[in-house]
Unconditional design. Structure first.
Length: 89
């Protein structure tokens, strides 16, 4: 189990990104949260197997091709503190 802390930039707000992330995360059994930031980026924290999280991020990249301009990903040790994937504010 790993934790991925990701910041997405580009046209990632107002396009359904967070709710698509929730759907993909639940499909792939990834836990964590996603939220909009005041500077226009989207921040995401995800926990699960590295393979599932990589697939999760790949699906977001594919779904929002041309909208995600950049992403910063930090890989960390999982803490096991999430039981679902949700939108936070």
């Amino acid at each position: 189990m790993v934790r991925s802390h990701v910041f997405f930039s580009g046209t990632v707000q107002g396009v359904g990104f967070r709710y698509t992330a929730v759907a993909f995360a639940r499909e792939l059994k990834v836990n964590g949260w996603v939220k909009n930031l005041p500077d226009g980026r989207v921040e995401m924290m995800a926990e699960g197997s590295r393979e599932r999280i990589e697939n999760f991020i790949y699906k977001l990249d594919k779904q929002y091709a041309g909208k995600i301009a950049h992403k910063d990903i930090d890989w960390l040790d999982a803490r096991g503190q999430f039981s679902d994937f949700t939108v936070t504010y």
